[in-house]
Design a protein around this ligand. Structure first.
Ligand SMILES: Cc1cc2nc3c(=O)[nH]c(=O)nc-3n(C[C@H](O)[C@H](O)[C@H](O)COP(=O)(O)O)c2cc1C
Length: 201
């Protein structure tokens, strides 16, 4: 039995989009409220609430993608980097970008408080961020926009700290450009679900 109920519609329809317009289906205040609510409600291990979002809009969004391109070019001196230039130009053409961070101060405090789980805390921190990223991705989908998940950390980190005045204890985990999209998602293939889902009862 397939269900279209509630959250499943956004789960099914969420895809990676790479070609955006500088349009949003939400007013900026609605967008901010959506991300605040996601941050507020998405769980973190031991309820540390170490996840952080920096929402980049208008000129700050453009600046971020300029920083990414600069960082890529710096890492590849003398190379034209045509594909990267084209890709980054598309991300820059999105409406905004959500930057996902994890606060290392909170992570360190959690390790101090629960040293028995020392080796697990960083993994759980990543899980917490991933859950948040996914919820934001689905919420954007539900709002009629498309997004993709990017990882230009760590090459862009220094520019982000400097350029946006971000706390250096915030570790950049992922970047999500979003906006009304103009592309069709790629033709995703699926391995049989029977190879991935098992029941013992
Ligand atoms: C943990 C994770 C990391 C990803 N990192 C990137 C990335 O750095 N760049 C990118 O373009 N897509 C990235 N993706 C997108 C995946 O390639 C994409 O979700 C997958 O191929 C399935 O396609 P779909 O999103 O259209 O369903 C990432 C996805 C996940 C779940």
């Amino acid at each position: 039995m397939e269900t279209e109920a509630g959250i499943m519609k956004a789960v099914k329809n969420r895809r990676s989009y790479y070609d955006y317009t500088k349009e949003s289906t939400l007013a900026d205040e609605e967008l901010k409220a959506l991300l605040r609510q996601a941050l507020y409600h998405v769980p973190t291990a031991h309820n540390t609430q170490l996840t952080r979002i920096v929402l980049l809009l208008s000129g700050q969004h453009d600046l971020f993608w300029d920083m990414v391109l600069e960082a890529i070019l710096e890492k590849n001196p003398g190379k034209e980097m045509k594909t990267s230039r084209e890709k980054i130009a598309k991300f820059k053409n999105a409406y905004g970008t959500a930057l996902f961070f994890n606060d290392q101060k909170t992570l360190r405090a959690a390790i101090e408080e629960m040293p028995a789980y020392k080796s697990q805390h960083e993994t759980w921190a990543q899980h917490g961020s991933a859950m948040l990223q996914y919820v934001v991705w689905c919420l954007l989908e539900e709002a009629g926009m498309g997004a993709s998940l990017q990882h230009y950390n760590p090459i862009v980190d220094e520019r982000v700290y400097e350029g946006f005045g971000i706390d250096r204890d915030f570790k950049l985990i992922a970047q999500m450009p979003f906006g009304v999209t103009v592309d069709e998602p790629w033709n995703k293939t699926y391995i049989p679900i029977s190879e991935r889902f098992f029941v013992r009862e």
